[in-house]
Design a binder for this molecule. Structure first.
Ligand SMILES: [Zn+2]
Ligand SMILES: [Zn+2]
Length: 404
């Protein structure tokens, strides 16, 4: 990863501003990670070791294996589906990790495999360049609507909390995460999964929440309706609508994640949820959960489906984006935001280049950047998708325009 960043300053929430002071050594660098994926521990169709191996050998620095309502800590056996594809999958697993490591047996012609726990598979992969963060996808419902909230760096399994409305169920689950964070004194955060999965969560449901800082602006699962439909907004539009409401109630801005939500490891294509579709790039000083979570809560990260950034800088009242370009690929940088007094976000400035800046001294509620390439995404969420990136919204202090 090319990291030429000399400094990065990210605005927090509504009034906070952090900046690296001149002369202070900045040891931060970019770490690539996927915080949402599934395995045989719930409804994914692969063994954790095979999944971790894929991410580690594809340039990721960290992964959260986030199975539904379960932590990989008990004894669990899976029965391999009786089909050539899954039996071949098991054979590959056995060939890779040998029969010393893999615990399995035959029962009435079916292969039974004991899954490795988090504590067992973690040391097989972790080193200075790779981290596995214990995670869970709390998978709740209200009147049949699936309401899912990820917890990154969870310490104890969290039961779905239930509730009396969509937002009440979500709030109770968010509160359960925050309560565990306080109780264990361990950094962890909830993030809202795929709000448009079955169009279960409306913009108003999300506006009603508090205490959450992240949601999935992009999720690679084919059923999540990232782009909305003719009647309902896509997640990117929802993002701005939520943040307009949050700024009005002095609530910290919500940040956008891209995740894989991968379940399918033996079939590839737009009908399946595969690894490699969406991830985050976190600008942190070291590869551990505390450092990554702290950076993300500061907004020091961006979401990507392929576009890599060299620089995201706020300096001299301007937000500057610099792409780390691939050969023969063209980029369009759009700054999207809401001018004070306006009720909707719009594209404030468009630049077809690898670098662009926008003056933040004008009165904006917030500004973010979307970078679109003309490189087609391989194995995309939707046919025709281009590789993209989204930086986090920033708010300039109200009096900043008066500064020299
Ligand atoms: Zn989900
Ligand atoms: Zn999921």
């Amino acid at each position: 990863m090319n990291t030429k960043i000399s400094k990065i300053a990210i605005l927090i929430g509504i009034v906070g501003l952090t900046a690296c002071s001149e002369g202070k050594k900045d040891n931060r660098k970019w770490f690539k990670g996927n915080l949402h994926t599934h395995s045989y521990w719930s409804d994914g169709d692969e063994f954790p070791e095979m999944i971790m191996d894929w991410y580690k050998t594809h340039g990721y620095s960290f992964v959260g294996l986030s199975d539904h309502n379960i932590l990989a800590e008990e004894e669990k056996w899976v029965k391999v589906i009786k089909s050539k594809m899954y039996e071949d999958g098991f054979q590959k697993y056995l060939d890779k990790y040998d029969s010393q490591w893999v615990t399995h047996k035959l029962d009435s012609g079916r292969i039974l495999v004991k899954l490795k726990t988090y504590k067992e598979y973690k040391p097989l992969f972790e080193d200075a360049n790779f981290l596995i963060i214990q995670s869970e996808e709390i998978s709740d419902r209200f009147e049949g609507k699936p309401l899912h909230i990820n917890v990154t760096n969870v310490k104890e399994r969290i039961e779905p909390q239930g509730g009396t409305s969509v937002s009440d169920v979500m709030q109770r689950n968010i509160d359960a995460v925050l309560a565990q964070r306080a109780k264990t004194d361990t950094p962890m955060f909830p993030h809202i999964n795929h709000p448009n999965f079955f169009f279960a969560v409306s913009v108003q449901d999300l506006i009603d929440l508090h205490g959450e800082r992240f949601f999935e602006v992009y999720n690679g699962h084919p059923m999540v309706n990232n782009y909305g439909d003719s009647l309902r907004p896509g997640t990117e539009q929802m993002w701005d609508m939520i943040n307009i409401a949050y700024t009005k109630k002095n609530q910290p801005l919500i940040y956008g994640l891209a995740t894989d939500d991968s379940h399918n490891y033996h079939q590839v294509g737009s009908a399946y949820s595969n690894s490699g579709r969406g991830w985050v790039m976190v600008y942190a000083d070291s590869l551990n959960p505390s450092s990554l979570i702290s950076a993300m809560e500061n907004g020091d990260f961006y979401a990507s489906t392929g576009v890599i950034l060299e620089e995201v800088t706020i300096n001299n009242n301007s937000l500057t984006i610099r792409v780390d370009p691939s050969d023969n690929v063209n980029y369009t940088i759009e700054f999207i935001g809401v001018a004070k007094g306006e009720e909707q976000s719009r594209v404030l400035k468009t630049v077809s280049d690898v670098t662009a800046s926008i003056d933040l001294s004008a009165d904006y509620l917030f500004v973010r950047a979307r970078i679109t390439s003309d490189k087609k995404k391989e194995n995309p969420f939707k046919d025709g998708d281009f590789e993209m990136a989204w930086t986090q919204p920033v708010v300039f202090p109200a009096d900043s325009g008066k500064k020299p």
